[in-house]
Write a protein that binds this ligand. Structure first.
Ligand SMILES: [Zn+2]
Length: 519
């Protein structure tokens, strides 16, 4: 998911030229060019300071009780200003052709629960950097130093309460445990303080059932809405709102967010404004930018050659399955059925996303970002309780990445990864099998890693293994976990094999299949 050097220049080149051109109002060129220009217009952005979010802060001030607090959280989620509610629409894991409503654990500012409970020196330094960041956000929006520090402590305390209910990254890998479809009526009864019926109305979601991916989180939230005073919750949603828009506001906000990121990731210097804006355009109008990108940089030849590679890798894996000494013939047959029914998406989507409802104006960077977010929410909501559109892409053509999606049994290779160093249409097979071939093998192997193995060829969570074979498969998976548990990353920090086993298995399989396919 990174942008390498030439890719960044390619995107900035496209955006610089559309930003300068005379575009028809409402065309994707106008939207891309004006969005980019509004993000690059730091004079206007500095002048506006945090004025763009003043109406939002006023809405928080007017929250008076739990009902208005929840209404605020649900309505803001429609513009992707999320805090303690995470709602999404996606395939039903046990009926993969239908999209349903899902809710997930959320409500914490640090990356995952462990950050709040570890007591080693580097974890404490990160906790401190986060509190400093929260205080900074309050100070930048008018609080005095003492109040800002006190409010930061309040936010941190709510975060930590919510984090205590979160599942760990390892627990999140168990697909069945994270599937809890229930009726809205049941949810209403179990969590009366959340008032789910009103939440769903405010989200615009008409549905009788919902997959509560991590129920313990919403039980905790239900309790905390009673035990934490509304005045504290107001401080909490204020912090989340400023944080969500920090990168869209003036430099002091951007720098504050960077300082936290530096503490979390070690990133030494900020990316250039141009690079950040290319990413922002990609995030907000990705399939519009993608259209211009593939026209300029992607060829049908590259698509054909990649498809050939994918086909050869599938054959190589099928031959390896045939040779396994521990798997029964019936499971071998089912593995190969899954392997050959995989959908292959290469380059860019067959039909492009519609951005006609997105309103983009020069000099209004904040409003542009919000307009794109609102449009995206409507797009997601329109899928609720409708059949899954199997042609949809979950990354943009300009992103240097690839993925396997178990819910659709599909592998996806965007145009941006089909370039050097991964792929060169004029290069020798050895280079392409060692580069993109390994990536293809990696993604195909995900269909058979610890998670992928739990999905059938249609993308349903359903056991398709014989009992004996699945027991043997799990023992082999455990060997990979044990192997990676022994690796030390830094000082005394070990790889958590149970968390990384999917990626590790995909790497091991990827190299082996690519090498076989080359031969
Ligand atoms: Zn992977």
């Amino acid at each position: 998911m990174f942008m390498n050097y030439p890719q960044r220049l390619r995107l900035q080149g496209i955006l610089d030229s559309v930003a300068r051109a005379n575009n028809t109002a409402g065309s994707i060129e106008q939207k891309l060019g004006d969005f980019y220009a509004s993000g690059m217009d730091t004079i206007t952005i500095e002048k506006r300071g945090y004025e763009p979010i003043r109406p939002l802060l006023a809405r928080i001030d007017s929250i008076s009780d739990v009902a208005s607090l929840i209404r605020f959280a649900a309505r803001e989620a429609k513009a992707s200003n999320t805090s303690f509610l995470a709602f999404g629409v996606g395939p039903d894991n046990k009926n993969s052709s239908l999209n349903i409503a899902h809710i997930y654990q959320t409500g914490i500012g640090l990356p995952e629960r462990d950050y709040y409970f570890k007591t080693d020196a580097s974890s404490i330094a990160i906790q401190q950097a986060y509190k400093t960041y929260l205080a900074k956000l309050f100070k930048l929006t008018g609080s005095d130093t003492l109040t800002a520090a006190k409010d930061a402590a309040i936010v941190y305390n709510i975060d930590k309460q919510l984090a205590s209910s979160h599942r760990t990254n390892i627990e999140l890998r168990d697909v069945n445990a994270n599937y809890n479809k229930m009726s809205v009526a049941t949810l209403v009864k179990r969590q009366p303080n959340i008032d789910w019926q009103n939440v769903l109305n405010d989200l615009g979601a008409k549905t009788d059932s919902i997959d509560v991916s991590q129920p313990a989180y919403y039980e905790k939230l239900n309790a905390a809405l009673k035990t934490v005073p509304v005045s504290d919750w107001k401080i909490y949603v204020k912090a989340y709102s400023i944080n969500n828009y920090a990168d869209v506001l003036s430099k002091p906000f951007v720098d504050a967010a960077f300082e936290l990121n530096k503490a979390l990731t070690g990133q030494a210097v900020q990316k250039t404004r141009g690079e950040k804006m290319a990413s922002a355009v990609d995030q907000s109008l990705g399939e519009a930018l993608g259209q211009l990108y593939v026209k300029k940089y992607f060829t049908e030849d590259a698509k054909k050659r990649t498809l050939e590679l994918v086909n050869n890798l599938q054959k190589a894996l099928a031959a390896r399955i045939d040779k396994l000494d521990w798997m029964s013939d019936s499971t071998k047959q089912r593995s190969k059925e899954k392997l050959f029914s995989m959908t292959k998406k290469i380059g860019y989507p067959d039909k492009w996303r519609d951005y006609s409802n997105v309103n983009i104006v020069k000099g209004k960077y904040f409003e542009n970002v919000v307009s794109a977010a609102v449009n995206n929410y409507r797009f997601q909501l329109a899928k609720l309780n409708k059949p899954v559109d199997r042609s949809e892409w979950f990354t943009t053509p300009t992103t240097v990445t690839a993925y396997y999606n178990p819910a659709a049994n599909e592998i996806v290779f965007p145009a941006a990864i089909l370039q050097t160093p991964y792929f060169d249409n004029n290069a020798d097979d050895a280079l392409n099998y060692g580069g993109i071939g390994m990536v293809i093998g990696h993604e195909i192997t995900h269909a058979f890693d610890d998670q992928g193995a739990q999905f059938d060829k249609e993308g349903n969570v359903k056991n398709w293994w014989t009992k004996d074979d699945y027991t043997k498969f799990k023992a082999k998976t455990q060997q990979v976990v044990d192997l990676y548990n022994k690796f030390t990353v830094l000082d005394t920090v070990h790889v958590k094999g149970a968390m990384t086993v999917g990626e590790n298995a995909a790497d091991i399989g990827g190299v082996a299949i690519a090498y076989d396919a080359l031969k």
